[in-house]
Design a protein around this ligand. Structure first.
Ligand SMILES: Nc1ncnc2c1ncn2[C@@H]1O[C@H](COP(=O)(O)OP(=O)(O)OP(=O)(O)O)[C@@H](O)[C@H]1O
Ligand SMILES: [Mg+2]
Length: 423
């Protein structure tokens, strides 16, 4: 035989059984939903073992290559391009090239999605080839489990550190919202032990009484995302920001696996605020081709919201503009809904004064009088518009910097109302 690897091959069923046994042991020992067990098949005389990966990054690729190099003595790099890497074992006599393609081949593929590792060979595998498969799988398992920050960014979540220094003064008004957030979220996250000790005194079998999931509901631009960032700053834990809509469209078939991966990574961070933004996009696409992907991602979400380990300091915040569109099973998983209303007149004045601190009370009142049902974001935009127009004037007239006069803000309010009428 001219094959590279040892010639004693293991019968297919025995090989399959031994791989599955090791993989299951690994999975039960170290939970990792991002990696499913490999698919193992024998078709048209070929053994094929494949497993999908949540991503392929340099760390993973380098560890794959070093394993291949260690396990197979003569290997040819067949392809090494972004999205496709293939390695082909040569014959042990390097000068003989016949039937070379019958030897074991290892491929890694996928650019933005459907990342996959595949090992194939004509006939059965030898023991050292089985070892190769297991080592590759374990390496993927460990790298993926290893660095939560890396894993999160690979699946489209961004991590905002808890040290942004944002505080509550950034949000003007909204005293009721602030109060209920301090009570329901901040207090339990800051004092988990007290909550747990009470639960131990009251529950037949211990179960945390701390909230695990809170829903933020309200119109666009009323401060939901900003408040989540403030909470992260106050508790000093990372905010894992997950835009559901873009995760679904970008990852499509893999999005449920990726969402599971995000939950795992949050636990590995040792606590985080998991902020699921635009959660209603899960509800919007029931009738089109997204149905299956949506159903799967929803089922991961339901399961994970139920099962968040209450010992860890992870809290999930979902944000939506359209609570009425949400799945009832999903709503019921949230311990509480916090409603962010549009600001009332007094709050609008407070928000204006956040972005135009030089205006006095009467000036603020006069602006608010002509303003409509603005959100905080609208007000911020209006103030920026007024400022930019004023700065242009200062530059053109070569004047010393002073803050914009109240007329500029009134003009911006009217311009904003007019332009939104057209829409
Ligand atoms: N009460 C407020 N005081 C000061 N600024 C505010 C207030 N409400 C909103 N803003 C400002 O408006 C901008 C938009 O807020 P944010 O992104 O938090 O809104 P959102 O509710 O998450 O909106 P969306 O539903 O569109 O995601 C931010 O820059 C925020 O600082
Ligand atoms: Mg937002």
């Amino acid at each position: 035989m001219e094959n590279n690897q040892s010639t004693d091959t293991i019968p297919f069923d025995r090989m399959k059984e031994s791989i599955e046994k090791e993989v299951n042991a690994l999975i039960s020992q170290k939970k990792n939903e991002a990696l499913l067990p490999p698919a193992i098949s024998f078709e048209q005389g070929k053994t094929r073992i494949s497993f999908s990966l949540p991503f392929i990054n340099d760390i993973l690729l380098i560890s794959f290559i070093s394993i291949i190099k260690e396990q197979i003595s003569n290997i040819r790099v067949h392809h090494f391009e972004n999205g496709y890497y293939a390695f082909q074992a040569l014959n042990s006599n390097l000068f003989r090239t016949e039937n070379i393609l019958d030897n074991i081949k290892i491929e890694f593929s996928g650019i933005t999605t459907n990342f996959k590792a595949e090992i194939s060979k004509k006939g059965n595998l030898a023991q050292d080839e089985i070892n190769l498969v297991l080592k590759l799988y374990k390496a993927a398992f460990l790298v993926i489990k290893d660095d939560p920050y890396q894993r999160l960014s690979q699946v489209g979540a961004s991590v905002i550190s808890g040290s942004e220094g944002l505080d509550w003064s950034y949000i003007a008004g909204y005293e009721e919202v602030k109060r209920s957030i301090k009570e329901t979220i901040i207090l339990p996250l800051k004092n988990p032990d007290i909550y747990d000790s009470i639960a131990k005194l009251t529950r037949q079998s211990f179960e945390s009484n701390r909230p695990k999931a809170i829903l933020f509901e309200g119109s666009p631009g009323v401060g939901k995302t900003t408040v989540a960032r403030i909470i992260a700053s106050e508790i000093k834990i990372p905010l894992v920001y997950v835009p559901i809509e873009s995760i679904m469209s970008k990852w499509y078939g893999q999005s449920s696996q990726n969402l599971a991966q995000i939950f795992d990574a949050c636990e590995d961070l040792g606590g985080a605020i998991l902020f699921l933004d635009e959660i209603d996009s899960l509800a919007g696409s029931r009738n089109d081709g997204m149905f299956e992907a949506t159903r799967r991602i929803l089922s991961v979400l339901l399961r994970r919201l139920d099962g968040i380990d209450s010992v860890t300091n992870t809290i999930t915040i979902g944000a939506t503009n359209r609570k009425s569109d949400l799945d009832h099973a999903l709503i019921s998983r949230f311990d509480q809904t916090i409603h962010f209303p549009l600001p009332n007149e007094k709050e609008r004045a407070a928000i204006f004064s956040n972005y135009a601190k030089h205006l006095n009370e009467d000036e603020l009142k006069s602006i608010v009088k002509i303003s409509g049902s603005f959100s905080g974001r609208n007000i911020k935009d209006i103030c920026e518009f007024a400022e930019r127009r004023w700065v242009r004037k200062l530059i053109i007239k070569n004047l010393d910097p002073t803050p914009p006069p109240v007329e500029y803000y009134k003009h911006a309010v009217r311009a904003w109302i007019d332009s939104n009428k057209e829409i």
